[in-house]
Design a protein around this ligand. Structure first.
Ligand SMILES: CCC(=O)SCCNC(=O)CCNC(=O)[C@H](O)C(C)(C)COP(=O)(O)OP(=O)(O)OC[C@H]1O[C@@H](n2cnc3c(N)ncnc32)[C@H](O)[C@@H]1OP(=O)(O)O
Length: 521
């Protein structure tokens, strides 16, 4: 334009045209489809984003995008996905929401490009990604372009992994290839009433295997949060899921180059908690609910448990101790006596690795009788699954604090972050038993003949077990050999953790250079 040419004036018609386009696109697949969904208690993609973000902060990207597929001239507003950024808890977050009213939220090439552009932006600027999944999977009419689209999404899920937190909310169907994107993210939340996640649906299963099944049996929130472990949280509905997203984000840094949002106070409020001493049962074989211990150790008793319904013999989640964010891992003796099995090992190892990615100190509470014995466990590969715990702890460089509450036997003592796995501080309560195995098993091996020949075998066994505990399992033996930092009263635990955390927050560890280690599968 030369200085003589006048700018084309903005006419009323231009404004009306823009507003009309925006309105039509925002309607997605049309008012009828929205009305049907509302009748089922379902929110739209735009409503979900509006609930996630602070009012007025959402900026959409690519609203006017159109599909480039071979599905004729069918109009697919925004190509079935709304993408953009906004603020949650005052922090910038990227999010996309699939619009089921537009071709069942299926993924075509443009849909995928919009998602990938958002992921690139989130990774390059270092902000978390939230994905509302509500999709019939690959858009059949876009054929190989749809597959290519998924390929790009998965590739960027992997590139973003460990750089920014990625959270998936499954609020409708998540079918076929669509299920792999959440599986590559850090946390998966499923809504109770409306979400289903599956690779092959009931029809295909029946055709291939002859077995009749239902979507509920293979893909419900209950199945994935309790049995398969594919999802970490079950939410009552979309609003509840968004509450969980906001809670999770409140513990996480925006990216791997930042610290988590510690609320470090100048003064530590360190005191004894004498109620802790009375939590410990006199009889070591009486299970102790580790949730009660966690509740007294963390600020305001507030603990955001992750994967609560899956592998309940190991508890993992986020909390704060004197304002410092920690990832907590604890054996739960109320379930399978707290033994480590295949599922618990997978759950624990993944959580430890997540915390390490995002600079979150680890606090491990140990009360473990061993790896779970059993034919299914051995045949199912407990060796390689259990090894993941060793691998995850040993490769983590964040501050690692361990408290041995009661039992710490055999390989599971090592797998629960002993000093040799790089724990910076290891505390043990005076009643702790740290040994190759429990007293009962050990005396059967060491003294079988003597017990059989005793006048009162039960009494002799009990004596020998007691002797074994003092001679081979005492925490003072471990302390004398330098394997633990100190023996402390339960009442002193919170103070010990708070001080040790404060003193390790600046920890940095040099490791031999390598591309990456090879985690046991
Ligand atoms: C990477 C490889 C992959 O992703 S392979 C996976 C491909 N996807 C699937 O197998 C899932 C197929 N779809 C379904 O099972 C159902 O449509 C689900 C998603 C459960 C939804 O059921 P329902 O709520 O009853 O809706 P509906 O079946 O009436 O579908 C609504 C409209 O969407 C369409 N649709 C659905 N899925 C696709 C798809 N993958 N590609 C293209 N279109 C799809 C349906 O045809 C239907 O269209 P219309 O409204 O009748 O015009």
């Amino acid at each position: 334009m030369t200085h003589r040419e006048a700018a084309v004036p903005l006419s009323e018609k231009d404004l009306l045209e823009l507003r009309r386009r925006r309105r039509d696109i925002a309607l997605g697949g049309g008012e009828d489809k929205h009305a049907t969904r509302r009748g089922k208690g379902l929110f739209s993609a735009r409503e979900r984003l509006a609930m996630l973000f602070q009012p007025g902060t959402f900026q959409e990207v690519g609203m006017h995008a159109r599909h480039r597929g071979t599905a004729g001239n069918t109009d697919l507003p925004a190509d079935g996905v709304v993408t953009g950024t906004g603020y949650v808890n005052g922090e910038l977050v990227a999010a996309f929401a699939q619009d089921f009213t537009v071709a069942a939220g299926t993924l075509g090439k443009m849909h995928a490009e919009k998602v990938v552009d958002l992921m690139k932006y989130a990774t390059q600027t270092g902000i978390p990604l939230v994905a509302f999944q509500d999709s019939g999977g690959a858009r059949i009419q876009e054929a190989v372009d749809a597959l290519s689209g998924y390929g790009e999404v998965f590739y960027w899920n992997v590139l973003s992994s460990g750089v920014i937190p990625q959270i998936a909310v499954i609020c409708g169907p998540c079918a076929g290839g669509a299920a792999y994107s959440p599986a590559l993210m850090d946390f998966v939340i499923m809504t109770e009433a409306h979400s289903q996640m599956f690779i092959t649906g009931p029809e295909v299963i029946r055709a291939v295997t002859g077995r009749t099944t239902s979507l509920d049996e293979i893909g419900s929130a209950a199945v994935h949060t309790q049995i398969s472990g594919n999802a970490h949280f079950v939410a009552a509905d979309d609003q509840d899921a968004i509450r969980i997203v906001a809670e999770l984000l409140s513990f996480l840094p925006a990216n791997n180059s930042e610290d988590p949002p510690h609320d470090i106070r100048p003064e530590l409020a360190l005191g004894r908690d004498d109620n802790m001493n009375s939590l410990v049962p006199d009889d070591p074989s009486t299970p102790m609910d580790v949730r009660a211990v966690i509740g007294r150790l963390v600020d305001d008793g507030y603990f955001l448990e992750v994967h609560a319904g899956f592998a309940q013999n190991l508890i993992v989640g986020f909390a704060r101790i004197e304002g410092m964010v920690v990832g907590l891992i604890a054996n739960q003796p109320m379930h399978l006596a707290g033994a480590l099995d295949i599922d618990a090992s997978d759950k624990g190892a993944r959580f430890v690795r997540f915390c390490n990615c995002f600079n979150i100190p680890l606090v491990t509470l140990v009360d473990v009788p061993g790896f779970l014995p059993g034919v299914e466990q051995e045949r199912g590969g407990i060796i390689r699954h259990g090894a993941k715990m060793l691998f995850a702890y040993a490769s983590s460089t964040v501050p690692k604090l361990t408290v041995i509450l009661r039992k710490a036997y055999g390989g599971s003592y090592l797998a629960m972050c002993s000093q040799e796995m790089g724990a910076d501080f290891v505390y043990a309560w005076p009643n702790a038993e740290i040994a190759v195995m429990g007293g009962e098993g050990a005396v059967n091996i060491l003294h079988r003949k003597e017990i059989q020949e005793a006048d009162d075998p039960a009494a002799r066994r009990a004596e020998l077990v007691q002797e074994y505990r003092q001679k081979y399992a005492s925490p003072y033996l471990s302390a004398a050999r330098g394997y633990i930092t100190d023996v402390i009263e339960p009442a002193e635990t919170r103070a010990a953790l708070a001080l040790s955390l404060r003193k390790t927050l600046t920890k940095s560890e040099l490791r031999p250079p390598k591309k990456h280690g090879n985690i046991p599968l």
